[in-house]
Design a protein around this ligand. Sequence first.
Ligand code: NAD
Length: 470
Amino acid sequence: MGTAFNMWINGQSVQGEAEPLDVLNPATEEVIVTVNNASVAQLDAAVDAAKQAFSSWQYSSHDDRKQALNRIADNIENNAAELAEIVVKEQGKPMFLAQAEVSGAVAWTRYAAGMDIPTDIIEDSENKRIEVQHKPLGVVGSITPWNWPLMIAIWHIMPALRAGNTVVCKPSGLTPLNTLKLFELIQQELPAGVLNVVLGDAEIGNAMSEHPGIDKIIFTGSTPTGQQIMRNASSNLKRLTLELGGNDAGIILPDADIDAIAEGIFQTAFLNMGQTCAALKRLYVHESQYDQVCSKLADIAQQQVVGDGLADGTTFGPVQNKKQLDLVAALVDDAREQGANVLSGGSRSDSAGYFYPPTIIAGAKAGMRVVDEEQFGPVLPVISYSDLDDAIAQANASNVGLGGSVWSSDLEKAQQIASKLECGTAWINGHAEVLPHAPFGGCKMSGFGVEFGLQGLLEYTQPQTININK
Ligand code: NAD
């Protein structure tokens, strides 16, 4: 790719001292570049640098931080084409989605720049004033996944910086290059040590969540890894925000206009080849509309142009990695063996690359793995229901609860149903939409804490009550 991809520790570009890491292009299965993971000693150096930088960054003015974030946003925008190309090559998504990811990174950065951190006045009487201030926590460790790698890094880093923290980031070893490039582009906008990035997988991840010098972990990834982080974090009572897996249900009410909603359902289920935490992952349809919905979705699936994300006209890229591809294939095979009807896709493409066309599964039901487990890939099980209460019960019969949706022309009724869904966000006539000003997070084993909006920003702060006797 004609550029060195190095880690950044204390404002210096450094190469990892641990084992080599091949970064693959999932559309070709070829190695893009080989980088090196960090040693634990290098992680320690990054944490030390962040700690040192925190001693002054925490006292930087709000205006200085806002300006730094706005400069970072300009910088990302000026390098959007290069970043988008890196995202396509290592993540696999089509170019238009990678461009949207970079635009989202700019928008979220500007939003964080524009936010104010309030002081809450609890009492202001003749003899007493009590206020609550929100102070930065210290060193924030950010651990990111491979599905929306650039955007999620931004989601973690920008509010942390805005609140006055310093950061050590660890991207997924499957998609590290965009984050390394981002750090190279934005280093100059910040004092040395404010923003550090190291490479590695479980070993460095464990070392981060156990590290006595890290004060908070913001983690986006799978539930088992989140549980491991929570265990490790008890060592120094790290603050945690855990954005974990989901198995989002969508329920179509019998009055819905199927022609009007079919495209939206398809797009929100297959966003990023279904590799989106809050994608629609199980669809419940009333028996009166079941055949119509299945055939519409299968038609849309068949119209997709599956191919390399860099090729003109591609609307649907590969699955990001072999492990995920094998999981998707196993879930579809299990459904087929249990009598489901695969209406589109249903097998891996012959060509090189981890391609699996969008797959609609009719006749799906509880007990099939594709309904009970998170597929996190290009397959949607469609489940028929006759009784709405039963559909709600099935939607809630999961130990995770990230998002959910209700699709209907009757907004009042839809809202009543939405309030019964056990999830962090319930959409009506939509799904998977995240916005910089709307708090987003999971319930049950989808994690805890929120990102975005003021509530999200305050997760990077520690309240301090100041009690003044006048
Ligand atoms: P993962 O848990 O395997 O990996 C995520 C990150 O954790 C990677 O950077 C990885 O290197 C690191 N890691 C691995 N072992 C670790 C350890 N022991 N300690 C600390 N870090 C460790 O998840 P993934 O496969 O990259 O992502 C897919 C999962 O993430 C899906 O379940 C998906 O639903 C979830 N996800 C959730 C959200 C959300 O906002 N809730 C967003 C995106 C993805």
